[in-house]
Design a protein around this ligand. Structure first.
Ligand code: ATP
Ligand code: MG
Length: 614
């Protein structure tokens, strides 16, 4: 197995580990480097917290010099999740990208809850999102344990900006029905039609807008729209909605508001208040960029926001084969009990990946490796698994485990070693890290081996146990198979073999007998019983939800198989989240929920080699 030179298990902080790697360039790095070289953002001042132009300037008078210091952060990026679900591997790409760029260019990345939609949000998600970002190795807002920003804290400003737009003749209250508004918007080939309410005076609009705010109109009765251009070829510029009426309790602002800003209006304002320089989002927002820029320019003209404005850049979202990354669909898997919860080890959520045995280092390596591009593509699931395998290989202690045990009886043991005698064996904890020491276990007359390591009538090329063949018990002796015992149904109940004298690993002359097969085993005398959960992909279709497919139709019925295994005694001290390589099988993690001393539970994180489809 190849071990990665790009990862170092000794670096405890994965963010630092990734930072020490050579970074291939990408279009976002080029943009940032260009802005740094040109000093695009060097004139910005920072009021110490998010705020409007006056806040960052230090006083209300635009004619006077700012009293606040220049922004100490040359680059400000942000990760703005909506707290309406658990973060998944797609979010991890965005987190690693935004926090990684800020880190690499000496800047700051903001964690901001985009909580402008009152209905779907929940504190459970707010907490889990913070845990996941922290676990991935990142700090936000420039200080350890800083509070995340919340878009809802900017509602007052957003409201004020809306009144400004109305006063400047740049926004109006539209009372058309939703249906009329839709049909009057036109489409790609057809320009829109002006609303009959478009010509109202600023005074009339202001009055109406305040009525909207003051609970005087029903939900959906009217909206505030920007007045831009109903004939624009970009449909997003055909008088986009700014505010809607929605009587809903918000988890942060309670019942203070019955009008809420639209996402495409709120988002640029959030960026600007926070002095964001590079606002990086996924490609589907590309068509929104002109509206983003229009709004920024108007609010700077009005003196509400400071210049220069943040700029939006788009990158391709992560599409990972055999995975769905829509929060709504992931929620459906949870609520329909297709999985055990958001942290089911088959889920692509950060909490699920963590429980599966993924490390922050593996996820960061994955994000680096897939890079960022401007066109959509699918990343093979094996790329993610490869990153996990590589990062675990360099550090995970080794252990022997028998997942499908059958008893092997060494029929000449008593004669050679004495009745009830056990012999001590040992093996390195890690083959390349001698400093980790050795693990110790026993061998005796009876050992557990894998069912599949014995075959009465072997096919060609089978080098393991069959009558007359010799194999080595890894770290133990060479044995010669003599046969087996069966029950009345013909099922094999025991395998029989004899020990070849003087062949114990590590003793002089032990190599004299050459064998083609080496098998893993655990002694009956000191083996521990353990539950092992063998996970496979959750879907059998590589693109479970593409083209409107019903993703539930391709759920893999064999995505979880639970076996009762026997593992070597060194695993008695395994603690939740500890990861191991079970020799010949793969990488396993002690389950962070169910594993306990005396009741071990291990999850398959990833197999040793990519075995899918072979
Ligand atoms: P979903 O559609 O699953 O609800 P979302 O995009 O609505 O996802 P947000 O909470 O708004 O989820 O996402 C926060 C950030 O994460 C956004 O900047 C978004 O662009 C980014 N993001 C979400 N999904 C992906 C993905 N698959 N690949 C890359 N970035 C993503
Ligand atoms: Mg979203």
């Amino acid at each position: 197995m190849s071990s990665s030179t790009s990862t170092n298990p000794k670096l405890s902080n994965p963010a630092k580990a990734a930072a020490s790697e050579h970074k291939p360039s990408n279009f976002l790095r080029q943009i940032i480097e260009h802005d740094l070289a040109c000093g695009t953002y060097t004139t910005r001042h920072w009021g110490g917290s998010p705020g409007d132009a006056a806040h960052h300037r230090g006083h209300a008078d635009p004619a006077q010099e700012p009293t606040n210091a220049l922004d100490p952060a040359p680059v400000r990026t942000r990760f703005p999740p909506e707290p309406n679900g658990y973060l998944h591997i797609g979010h991890a790409k965005s987190i690693c990208l935004n926090f990684g760029l800020a880190r690499d260019y000496g800047g700051v990345c903001h964690l901001r809850f985009d909580d402008t939609n009152p209905e779907k949000e929940d504190l459970e998600y707010v907490n889990s999102i913070q845990d996941s970002v922290k676990w991935l190795g990142f700090e936000w807002n420039g200080a350890p344990n800083a509070a995340p920003y919340q878009a809802s804290d900017y509602f007052d400003f957003m409201y004020r900006a809306a009144e400004y737009l109305i006063e400047a003749g740049l926004a109006y209250v539209d009372e058309q029905s939703a249906e009329d508004m839709r049909s009057n918007r036109g489409d790609f080939g057809k320009p829109g039609v002006n609303s009959p309410f478009r010509g109202r005076t600023p005074a009339e609009n202001l009055l109406r807008f305040r009525e909207m705010r003051d609970h005087q109109h029903a939900d959906g009765a009217m909206v505030l729209r920007a007045r831009i251009d109903m004939a624009s070829p970009n449909i997003n510029l055909r008088d986009p909605a700014i505010y809607r009426i929605r009587r809903a309790t918000h988890h942060n602002t309670g019942d203070k508001w019955c009008i809420y800003p639209m996402y495409a209006y709120a988002h640029p304002i959030e960026d600007a208040l926070e002095n964001i320089t590079h606002s990086i989002c996924t490609l589907e927002f590309e068509d929104q960029r002109p509206w983003y820029d229009w709004l920024m320019e108007r609010l700077i003209e009005g003196g509400l926001l400071s210049a220069p404005p943040p700029k939006q850049y788009e990158f391709a979202r992560l599409n990972l084969s055999y995975v769905v990354t829509s929060k709504r669909k992931l929620a459906q898997l949870v609520y329909d009990h297709k999985v055990s919860g958001w942290d089911d080890p088959r889920m692509p959520t950060i909490v699920g990946l963590r429980r599966r045995g993924y490390t922050p280092e593996a996820i960061q390596l994955f994000a680096e490796r897939i890079g960022v591009t401007k066109s959509d593509s699918w990343i093979d699931y094996q790329t993610l698994e490869g990153c996990l395998r590589e990062t675990l290989d360099v550090a995970a202690p080794r252990a022997m485990a028998v997942l499908d045990p059958v008893k092997l009886v060494l029929t000449n043991w008593d004669e050679l070693h004495g009745v009830d005698t056990l012999d001590a064996c040992s093996a390195p904890v890690h083959p390349h890290l001698p400093g980790l020491g050795r693990r110790h276990f026993k061998i005796g007359k009876e050992v557990w081996i894998e069912h599949s390591d014995f075959c009465e009538a072997p096919p060609k090329g089978f080098f393991r146990l069959f009558p007359g063949n010799k194999v080595r018990l890894k770290y133990g002796h060479v044995i010669e198979c003599t046969g087996c015992a069966k029950d009345s149904e013909g099922k094999i109940t025991e395998v029989h073999a004899t020990v070849v004298p003087d062949t114990k690993s590590g003793t002089p002359g032990s190599d004299a007998v050459k064998v083609k097969g080496v098998i893993t085993w655990v002694a009956v005398a000191d083996g521990l019983s353990a539950e092992v959960r063998l996970y496979d992909r959750l879907f059998t279709d590589a693109q479970p939800d593409s083209g409107g497919k019903d993703f539930l139709a391709s759920l893999n019925p064999n995505s979880l198989k639970v076996v009762q295994a026997v593992v070597e005694p060194s695993l008695a001290s395994a603690k939740a989240d500890d990861k191991f390589q079970f020799e010949r099988h793969g990488y396993f993690v002690a389950d962070r929920v169910d594993h306990a001393a005396g009741k071990p539970v291990f999850n398959l994180a990833v197999g040793l080699k990519d075995g899918w489809g072979k």
